[in-house]
Design a protein around this ligand. Structure first.
Ligand SMILES: [Zn+2]
Length: 583
């Protein structure tokens, strides 16, 4: 029988190809499958050429499928093969109606009026992750059409781009709404000409009364000619701020009064409030629902993933979509992600930086990505936390400790260890019998990473060696007690004064003291100290000595100061500056 007619064999190949594809980013490798099938079917060794032909055909069929679909097939037919991966990494659930669209398109659309903070992580990471999961497109869209109240600022466009890059989110396309005003005008004109939008000159209070009574205001039923005349007057600067607003028609009976004939564009005096990018070129500016609603369609958005506070905006925008004969994208509204004791509103952050309450947008007290980055919180930890939380509509409250625990798991395996002695106090050890060479591993489970080496020698004459230990450890010591200097030797405390501790050499091996559960403390030989300042999460500063091996560190390294915590190295010069992440 020709192999291409062997149904069982083809099914066997298909399984191998799908399993191979899901573990290779959606692209099965034909070569690996030939090897696998020959391993199971020795009788086909003489027909390798024919077999390869069949395998290539099946692999091509499998590789056309989107990764998400390959995963779904594997999960359904051979769930036992996926258990291990599932336990290790939580995956996002499939998007609704993904198969309806040839290309999945998602977006993140910030207003560049502040740097990004942890509160945006869910919108960014879910949108980006879904685009990647379906080999789709991720769009960054700056929504900068409010030059007056939520005024954008040039520096934030760039900081947002940098934050996304740091988070590992690749932007496939970028748009800036302030470049697109002519597009918004064009569609507004169409809505007006078709009788689906109107220019309302009513004072806000009168309009509000009308709309609460489910009644049309006098402007609503003017002819299209009158409307277009008003529209042209608006564009030409014939209205002052607050004198006219374009409204999109909705059902006046809609149960939510905030939906009824919502405002779409308004006048802003850009002579007084010039836009940072386009200055005073325009006086008519779109409001959120008009600009975002049009752009989502025009940019081919298939799935909008955003907070549930946007639900009413979807209801409003759907009227506009109906007027234009468009279909509304799939919308996923997730719940609020709160971090206890964490972030401030954007306006409070901006204000606090301006008035000097914070040292900058990366002040360690802030939940901005810039601050998290500075402290050594990894983007991987943020991503993992967000994917574990997922896109459910319920509110989720996490603590900083949750984020730290994700981060700790990542850092623990990769961070080198060093000693840091905060608020140093001298320790004089007498009767040191010989010169000790301490060889301390940079990572306890990974000797390949190398060592730090220090010599502790008794001074000639009295046999005393000088070391630094932290004030906190010194204060906890009791006279007569034995403690172990980590990876060095054991000493017995013999006396204490305010700024120094005296001790006597006790023994060398850890075995000698393991049973009595002695305290292990970190130390630095006198002469091997390197002044170090650690900026804590509350912006306080801890001064101390790092060991001299830290002089070789580069900025951005994330290390663990043993018994102190993980820190990110910020500067290494005359002294070292580090930022504290967590225990
Ligand atoms: Zn009106």
């Amino acid at each position: 029988m020709a192999l291409e007619n062997d149904v069982d064999l083809k099914e066997q190949i298909r399984k191998a190809a799908l399993l191979n594809a899901v573990s290779h980013d959606g692209k099965a490798q034909a070569g690996a499958i030939v090897g696998k099938i020959l391993g199971e079917r020795a009788d086909l060794r003489s027909r390798v050429k024919e077999l390869s032909g069949v395998i290539n055909t099946v692999v091509n069929e499998v590789n056309i499928l989107p990764l998400a679909e390959q995963k779904a097939i594997v999960e359904k037919n051979w769930p036992e093969t996926q258990k291990r991966e599932k336990a290790e990494e939580k995956r996002l659930p499939p998007l609704p109606n993904a198969d309806k669209y040839p290309l999945i398109v998602t977006r993140f659309s910030p207003n560049p009026d502040c740097v990004l903070h942890l509160g945006s992580a869910r919108a960014i990471l879910l949108s980006h992750e879904y685009a990647r999961m379906y080999n789709g497109k991720f769009i960054l869209r700056f929504e900068d059409t409010d030059p007056k109240v939520k005024r954008p600022s040039l520096v934030f466009y760039d900081s947002i781009r940098q934050d996304l890059k740091w988070l590992g989110c690749k932007v496939d396309e970028e748009y800036i709404q302030s470049d697109r005003l002519p597009i918004y005008y064009e569609y507004t004109q169409r809505l007006i000409s078709d009788g689906n939008a109107y220019i309302c000159e009513c004072p806000p209070e009168e309009f509000r009364k009308k709309t609460l009574a489910k009644q049309a205001c006098p402007c609503r039923n003017l002819t299209a000619t009158d409307q277009l005349e008003r529209w042209n007057r608006m564009l030409g600067g014939g209205y002052a701020e607050g004198q006219a607003v374009v409204r999109v028609k909705t059902d006046l009976e809609h149960p939510n009064p905030a939906v009824r004939d919502w405002p779409a564009l308004r006048v802003i005096d850009t002579k007084k409030c010039p836009h940072p990018r386009v200055g005073s070129k325009y006086v008519v500016w779109p409001l959120y629902n008009l600009a975002a609603g049009l752009d989502d369609h025009l940019m081919g958005m298939t799935h909008i993933i955003r907070g549930k506070e946007h639900y009413t905006n979807m209801v409003r925008q759907k009227y506009m979509y109906q007027h234009l004969g468009w279909e509304y994208p799939e919308a996923i509204h997730y719940g609020r992600l709160k971090i206890t004791g964490a972030f401030l509103s954007k306006s409070k952050i901006v204000q606090g930086v301006k008035d000097g309450t914070y040292t900058g947008y990366d002040d360690p007290r802030l939940g901005t990505f810039a601050a998290l980055r500075k402290r050594g919180i990894t983007p991987e930890a943020i991503k993992k936390m967000i994917i574990d939380v997922g896109s459910k509509p319920n509110d989720v409250t996490l603590s900083w400790e949750n984020l730290y625990s994700y981060n700790r798991k990542i850092l623990d395996a990769v961070s080198d260890r060093y000693f840091f002695v905060p608020e140093p106090v001298e320790l004089k050890v007498s009767a040191v019998p010989k010169t000790f060479h301490a060889k301390l591993p940079l990572h306890p489970e990974n000797p390949d990473r190398g060592f730090r080496e220090y010599t502790v020698a008794p001074e000639t004459g009295d046999g005393t060696a000088g070391l630094w230990i932290s004030r906190r450890d010194a204060e906890a010591l009791e006279v007569g007690r034995v403690v172990r200097l980590m990876e060095l030797f054991n000493v017995q405390v013999s006396g204490k004064t305010g700024d120094s501790v005296k001790a006597t050499f006790a023994s060398e091996s850890y075995e000698d003291v393991r049973k009595i559960k002695v305290q292990l403390i970190q130390w630095i030989p006198m002469g091997a100290e390197f002044p170090c300042r650690v900026v804590m999460p509350d912006a306080s500063v801890t001064e101390g000595f790092a060991e001299s091996a830290c002089k070789k560190l580069k900025a951005d390294a994330i290390i663990q100061f043993e018994r102190f915590g993980f820190t990110r190295v910020d500067q290494v010069g005359e002294k070292m500056v580090a930022y504290y992440a967590h225990k």
